[in-house]
Design a protein around this ligand. Sequence first.
Ligand SMILES: C[S@@+](CC[C@H](N)C(=O)[O-])C[C@H]1O[C@@H](n2cnc3c(N)ncnc32)[C@H](O)[C@@H]1O
Length: 208
Amino acid sequence: MADRSDHWNAVFGARADTGLSWFEAEPALSLGLIAAHAAPGDPVLDAGGGTARLVDALLDRGLGPVSVLDVSSAALAAARARLGPRADAVRWIEADLTRWVPDATFAVWHDRAVFHFLTDPAERAAYVAAMDAALRPGGTAILMTFAEDGPESCSGLPVARWSSDALAAEIGRLAPGRFRRIGSRRHMHVTPAGRSQSFQATLLRKRP
Ligand SMILES: C[S@@+](CC[C@H](N)C(=O)[O-])C[C@H]1O[C@@H](n2cnc3c(N)ncnc32)[C@H](O)[C@@H]1O
C-alpha cells in the first residue's frame, strides 16, 4: 500500500536509524533465538527487517542465506549501503507483508516490531497466510511485538499489543492447526532516548 511505504520511507529518510526508538546496536535476543533454530545453510527471513543490524550479525555468524523484506525501499537501500559488498550475499525484497506472495521457503521467519502495526484483523490474516506460505514444514516463526504492557503507538502509528498467550491464540484462530507454540520470552528494550519498552517474543513451529 502506497500510504504504508510512504510513511516508512519518510521515517527512514528523516533521520539516522541510530536515533529511531527501535534501534538496537546488537540484536542479541533475535540472534540467539534464530541461532537456536537455524543451522548454517538454513534460509532465514527478516520480515520487516528495516535497517536492523540483524542481517550483519547473521552474516557474521555464518547463518543464512539471509533475506530481508521490507515495505520501505529507503530502509532496504540504507541497509544495503551499510553492508557494502556483503549486501550481495543477501536477498532484498521490497514488499508489503500483507500482500506478499512468497516465491521461496524459509526455515526461520523473524519479525521484530512489525506484526504489532497490524491493527486490522484482515491484515493480520493476510500476514499469517504469507508466513504460512513462506515457512517450511517444521520451520520456526519468531514474532516479537510490544507486550500487553508495552507502548500503545510507535512511529506515530497505533499498535496492537500482545501477550504471548493472546498472540498464539490469534495465530491459531487465523491459521487453525498450522502452528504450535514452542516457547516465549519477555524482553525490555531500551530506546536510544533511554525509555524502556516491554516486548514479548513468541516462537511458533509450523506443523509438518
Ligand atoms: C519498528 S520498525 C522495525 C524494523 C526492524 N525489524 C528492527 O527491529 O529494527 C518496523 C519495520 O517494519 C516495516 N513494515 C511495516 N509494515 C510493514 C509491512 N506491512 N510489510 C513489510 N514491512 C513493513 C517498516 O518499514 C519498518 O522497517
